[in-house]
Design a protein around this ligand. Structure first.
Ligand code: FAD
Length: 478
């Protein structure tokens, strides 16, 4: 029987990052994966969705090229090529993860892991079918031993009762993300991050998209101004958004939804329905009960150091329910690896969830960082529109704004909507995490003309001294 210091179950961003760091620190590591290497992020999530969003952005640019003086008489989206490119990007990303694991000497087992007892993991070996959707089990099983077991089993879409797996009109996000043909219409149940990103992809390529959201606004966890701004942008580009509606059923190509305020029921025609109401952790309940491992519906129970309730068991990534973001899982993977390899008696590294940048890859993008403090009179918010930024005016990306919340000259939270704000906002994330006073960054010279100047502008605005903005509402009334 092969013996390892650590077995990592799941090769998504959490699992593979953890395995690589463990190997760097000298551990003998095995990774077990029952699907494609790289997990949801590489194969069905971040990579394919952002690859298709890139095609959607190009379609938008071509459609609007005339405003830059470039006339394109006609164009069409060749979705088969979009899909081929997406698959090539996935293939490359998967190859990178595989080579990383190989380079650092982690053994990769293709099959399904079952922890039969602390320190003993059975692997049901198998091969993926060509489309990668299902594994063909070979009947072969083997067992490996490990001092530590890391559970990095990820998450899957949460499904309401009416969405039976064999429903003819309901498509899972895994299937929609790997689709080879453009649907004519698409109804998305859920106006959260995944719903809005799919709406962006398909509407820009020519699909008629309707979003049905239970709550009163899309992206309801964000600041109302941000949520309103992105909804208006999406509507402007042809996406129908029904908020405050509860989906009752999906039948015969019709979705019945009830207006929660008036109880009026409407039928929305649509042959493809994506359910995007959230995700749930992948937990093998029978295994957890057998071992006495603690979990809830939200995720595997872990402490601040990623330890499960039983010694030498650890859990990371979506499966812990702490977040459903790849970069949070990867960070947990690093922290977990360093804690497993910590010298006896050495202090463990605490996983810090305070400052998490979260991006919605719509057109334009939306970002949020940190917690907006509720009802704290000592906190002030400042908002600067992109129309105040020269680069945005030059490139005609004036929609959106950056908004910060400041307490005692420290930025405590930031949200933004605008062109490529995902690349812009890390400066504010670093300031929040490092508790850098607003003046310290405002005094640093920012290149001109750049989008990043807006960060300096909003910081200067909070200090009452911006020179590139007519300061609305400054100084604040007593
Ligand atoms: C459409 C979509 C778009 C997304 N876009 C983004 C984005 O832009 N940015 C972002 O940060 N996040 C994004 N996410 C979320 C991101 O994909 C997840 O947060 C991330 O993949 C979680 O990583 P993980 O390692 O915890 O789990 P996963 O990536 O889910 O990997 C877990 C792996 O464990 C394997 N596994 C489970 N059980 C077993 C078992 N018993 N034996 C062997 N293997 C097992 C699974 O097969 C899987 O490969 C997106 C998700 C979706 C669905």
């Amino acid at each position: 029987m092969n013996k390892y210091s650590v077995v990592v179950i799941g090769s998504g961003p959490a699992g593979y990052t953890c395995a690589v760091r463990l190997a760097q620190l000298g551990a003998k590591v095995a990774v077990i994966e029952r699907d494609y290497v790289g997990g949801i992020c590489t194969n069905w999530g971040c990579t394919p969705s952002k690859s298709m969003i890139e095609s959607a952005k190009i379609a938008r640019i071509v459609r609007e090229a005339a405003r830059y003086g470039v006339n394109v008489s006609s164009f069409w989206v060749d979705f088969k090529k979009v899909a081929t490119r997406r698959d090539e990007v996935i293939h490359r990303a998967r190859g990178v993860v595989t080579r990383l694991l190989q380079y650092y000497g982690a053994d990769l087992y293709q099959g399904e892991a079952d922890v039969v007892a602390p320190g003993r993991v059975k692997i049901r070996r198998g091969k993926l079918e060509l489309d990668g959707v299902k594994m063909q089990y070979t009947g072969e099983e083997n067992e490996i031993e490990a001092e530590h077991i890391v559970l990095a089993t990820g998450s899957r879409p949460l499904m309401p009762d009416f969405a039976k797996p064999d429903h003819p009109y309901i498509v899972s996000s895994n299937r929609l993300i790997s689709i080879g043909e453009l649907p004519e219409t698409l109804t998305i149940v859920g106006g959260g991050v995944i719903g809005l990103e799919f709406a962006t992809i398909f509407s820009n390529m020519g699909t008629r998209v309707t979003i049905v959201e239970y709550l009163d606004r899309a992206l309801a966890t964000l600041d109302p101004e941000v949520s309103h701004a992105i909804s208006e942008e999406l509507k402007l580009h042809g996406i129908r958004i029904l908020t405050g509606h509860r989906v009752l059923s999906v039948e015969q190509g019709y979705i019945s939804a009830e207006n929660r305020a008036t109880q009026e029921v409407i039928d929305i025609p649509g042959r493809a329905v994506l359910i995007a109401i959230g995700r749930e952790p992948v937990i093998d309940k029978a295994m957890f009960d057998r071992l006495g491992l603690a979990c809830t519906k939200k995720g595997i129970g872990v402490d601040d150091y990623l330890r499960a309730n039983i010694p030498d068991f650890w859990a990371i990534g979506d499966a812990t329910g702490k977040s459903v973001l790849a970069h949070v899982g990867a960070q947990q993977g690093l922290v977990c690896a360093e804690n497993i390899m910590a010298a006896p008696g050495a202090p463990l590294r605490r996983m810090d969830y305070d400052v998490i940048p979260a991006v919605v890859y719509t057109i334009p993008e939306v970002v949020s960082i940190g917690q907006v403090p509720a009802e704290d009179e000592s906190v002030q918010s400042f908002k600067v529109p992109f129309s105040a930024n020269l680069r945005a005016r030059i490139e005609a990306y004036e929609e959106g704004f950056v908004k910060i919340w400041v307490k005692d000259h420290l930025v405590v939270a930031a949200q933004a909507i605008g062109h490529n704000v995902s690349e812009l906002m890390q400066e504010l994330a670093n300031m929040i995490a490092l508790k850098t006073p607003a003046h310290a960054v405002a005094e640093v010279i920012h290149a001109h003309p750049t989008y990043s100047e807006i960060t300096r502008t909003v910081l200067e605005y909070s200090l009452g001294k911006t020179t590139d903005l007519i300061m609305p509402g400054w100084p604040p009334s007593a």
